[in-house]
Design a protein around this ligand. Structure first.
Ligand code: PEP
Ligand code: MG
Length: 590
């Protein structure tokens, strides 16, 4: 026994930000990073030629993209256009029969590996070779080689991540960073948890983990230096802890913890059909945030009273072409029907920032500050064709159940007025087409997630039928904290008095105008905040389905009158610590 122990690797405990609760034990799979996130795998003898063809297709697509980019240089000053064209031509030449493309094909054929890994390997080899020669001209080309490699990889990985579908059930994914688009592709049947070096608690990658019920720890520094493919890993999403090569004692301890969680889950499941009613007869409505059609089942299982936020941008990810009206309609219809008469709040495209859509690569040119750039409603109003198609699909889906339309990142009332105009135009066009659609114009609401919107909520309330407070972005923009950056995650505080004041102003403006306010940021899904939010006058909370039972349990335990008094006391405070203490004290008394 003791000799056996000596041989076993010593367990390593790492801490990060626990962003999605739950415990998983599985086998580590390391995702290669560098240019994009690429895993290497064998494609199998008989699939080698089709793998080469897949690579060649990516080259064709990259070529087309370069041609489009060249067209875009036309609007630029002459010298800039000339320089860019030269650069794009050089990239184009590399996409032809070059050392790189020949090298990749050879790698696929000789080593039988996937195209992504071959591209990554060849790019690395060429870059290292260039770097070894002390020549300024060659040094400058290293970046070009990397850029073209990334371009090819982006086209290759537009198709679902091959490696994800090849994983063994129970795998724990380990990566430098995962994008929201990567996360969409994870199959919970195969991926049991994931951990990354980068990423914060409110990033969309974190939100997706919660939505899929996958335990996840992000922002774990030093992880990649220590993890090995194939080793056993424990992911504790509650404590934000990762254990590599756990000892037998640790494994046994986590087995007990996992069993206790399962018991708790069974208890909470009994709340499913009970209302979210407070002890003194107050009533909250708990709805689900969903991203994909597959999430409808979890929403129903959790007893969601509707969908308070459908993030439609996830329907647009990981594909080469944007879905047309018909396809969007089919997807939305499936979701609306799946909710069986309970309302579905459909948010128009909120792309940009960290949520990137390959098919919109030509429209969104990423600026220095993507979170402040051309995104969400700004993009929809700049590309009205995109918005009109989406609105048409939404109005048609409304024929199958109650819907509401929600606009992301609204910062002024005029944006809502513009959308209303477009909405009416789309409505008239559908009528003329005699398309089957919603009987009456659905409610149109604004996300209150930019401080400017909260500060002008009275004016906005006159244009809107409802408000949905997006606390994730509201906190990000009010406190100037990047929600996805683990380095400033400790400053991201939903209880900052500035945030609470913006929320209070919003709820007050909505009450004066007689329109409802919901909260659909992550704050709504944390039971700790339920007394404060209800006490502020909010009655609709929308959250990831997995959070509904725990929030319902808290709502049912509290007295609305007492919560209202405590919320008032909290809102009078200017000190974050005092606010936390007042809230925690209230929760402890429940
Ligand atoms: C928010 O910002 O709070 C929100 C709900 O939207 P998202 O998380 O998609 O930005
Ligand atoms: Mg937002």
């Amino acid at each position: 026994m003791s000799t056996k122990r000596k041989k076993a690797p010593k367990q390593i405990v790492l801490d990060g930000v626990g962003v999605s609760s739950g415990i998983a034990v599985g086998e580590a799979h390391l995702m290669e990073t560098g240019i994009g996130q690429v895993s290497e795998y064998l494609v199998g003898e008989d699939a080698i030629e089709s793998e080469v063809a897949r690579f060649q297709l990516a080259l064709v697509k990259a070529h087309k993209q370069l041609d489009k980019l060249k067209l875009k240089t036309r609007g630029l000053p002459e010298t800039a256009a000339e320089e860019l064209t030269l650069l794009l031509d050089a990239h184009g030449a590399m996409l032809g029969s070059s050392r790189m493309t020949r090298g990749v094909e050879r790698q696929i054929r000789e080593r039988g590996i996937n195209a992504e890994a071959a591209v990554q390997g060849v790019v690395r080899e060429i870059a290292q070779g260039f770097a070894a020669v002390k020549d300024a001209y060659l040094a400058a080309r290293v970046q070009e080689v990397r850029d073209i490699g990334s371009r090819i990889l982006r086209h290759l990985t537009d198709t679902p991540f091959q490696a994800f579908s090849m994983l063994r059930p129970g795998t724990v994914l380990i990566a430098d960073e995962l994008s929201p688009a990567d996360t969409v592709l994870m199959d919970p049947e195969r991926v049991s948890a994931f951990v990354t070096v980068l990423g914060g608690a409110e990033s969309h990658t974190a939100i997706m983990a919660r939505s899929m019920g996958l335990p996840a720890v992000l922002g774990a520094p030093g992880l990649l230096g220590k993890a090995r493919a194939g080793q056993t890993v424990i992911v504790d999403g509650d404590a934000g802890r990762i254990v590599l090569d756990p000892s037998e004692e640790t494994l046994a301890e986590y087995k007990r913890k996992a069993e206790a969680r399962r018991r708790l889950g069974r208890q909470l499941a009994r709340l499913r059909s009970l209302p979210a009613a407070t002890r003194d007869g107050g009533r909250a409505v708990l709805q689900a945030n969903i991203e994909m059609p597959r999430d409808v089942e979890a929403a129903n299982r959790a007893g969601a009273e509707g969908v308070g936020l459908l993030r439609t941008e996830f329907l647009f990810m990981n594909r080469e072409e944007l879905p047309n009206e018909e396809e969007q309609y089919a997807l939305l219809r499936g979701i609306v029907e799946g909710m069986e008469g309970r309302p579905v709040t459909i948010r128009t495209l909120d792309v940009g920032g960290e949520k990137l859509i390959a098919a919109l690569g030509d429209v969104i040119v990423e600026g220095a500050n993507p979170a402040l750039g051309l995104r969400a409603i700004r993009l929809s109003l700049k590309e009205p064709g995109l918005l009109e198609t989406q609105l048409a699909a939404i109005l048609r889906a409304g024929a199958h159940g109650p819907i509401r339309i929600l606009l992301p990142m609204i910062s002024s009332a005029s944006q809502v007025r513009q959308v209303r105009k477009i909405l009416k135009r789309v409505w008239t066009r559908l009528k003329r087409r005699k398309a089957r659609m919603v009987a009456e114009m659905p409610p149109l609401g604004a996300m209150i997630e930019v401080p400017a919107a909260a500060l002008t909520a009275d004016a906005l309330a006159r244009e809107c039928d409802f408000f949905a407070i997006g606390t994730n972005d509201l906190i990000q923009y009010a406190l100037a904290i990047d929600r996805g950056d683990e380095q400033v995650a400790h400053l991201y505080n939903p209880l900052h008095p500035a945030v609470l004041r913006l929320m209070q102003d919003t709820v007050g403006a909505a009450q004066r105008a007689g329109i409802p306010t919901s909260i659909c940021g992550e704050m709504a899904g944390n039971p700790r905040f339920a007394p404060l939010l209800l006490g502020m006058g909010v009655r609709e909370l929308s959250m990831t389905s997995h959070s509904i039972p725990r929030v319902k349990q808290r709502v049912r335990a509290l007295d609305l009158g007492a919560a209202t008094r405590r919320a008032q006391a909290i809102l009078d405070q200017a000190d974050e610590g005092r606010i936390s203490a007042l809230l925690d004290d209230f929760n402890e008394g429940l």
